[in-house]
Design a protein. Structure first.
Length: 175
């Protein structure tokens, strides 16, 4: 009987600790509210593309845009890129745009894109990309981080972590 009570007590303590850990993780990895003027700052941004071209984000306003913050050294980022590329190919005819913002060294990104070319544009965001993602609601600056902007230029959805086909299907219905 004592062994059973002790086992039940320890099981209860372990369950409470586990639930507490899950709660803290959920709270920590939920997107924060978008910072004041973050959307305006986003649309005023310019990034260099892999070939040195200028990506002026203001020119993309007016159509739905999926922005993905990623890096070559981030395994979940690399895993989701083919899925994002397929989303872009399937939804570009409906006006969808996709932009990858690489929070990485330009040379690493250029080398990576030679091995895995993407159909959508990639901007070299570097460390400024981490700050921009934080302003757009990414509290830890973790990668990957995805933001969906509507045609009006406002944030409609955000996700910290790897996107899934279900996420993309849901977002495609937003616009």
């Amino acid at each position: 009987m004592i062994l059973n009570r002790r086992t039940l007590w320890m099981t209860g303590v372990a369950a409470a600790a586990g639930a507490s850990g899950v709660g803290v993780a959920w709270w920590r990895y939920q997107p924060n509210p978008v910072a004041t003027d973050a959307e305006g700052a986003f649309w005023a941004s310019q990034f260099e593309g892999p070939q040195g071209e200028v990506l002026d984000l203001a020119s993309w306003r007016g159509k739905p845009l999926l922005v993905n913050f990623w890096a070559t050294w981030c395994p979940p980022c690399v895993e989701e890129l083919p899925l994002l590329n397929a989303f872009y190919r399937a939804h570009a005819p409906q006006g969808w745009q996709v932009l990858g913002l690489a929070v990485d060294q330009p040379s690493a990104v250029r080398s990576f894109l030679q091995k895995l070319p993407l159909d959508f544009p990639v901007g070299m965001a570097g460390l400024a990309g981490t700050q921009l993602s934080r302003e757009l609601g990414n509290p830890t600056g973790g990668l990957p981080y995805t933001v969906v902007m509507g045609a009006a230029g406002t944030v409609l959805h955000r996700k910290i972590g790897k996107v899934s086909e279900a996420d993309l299907a849901q977002w495609a219905e937003l616009v």
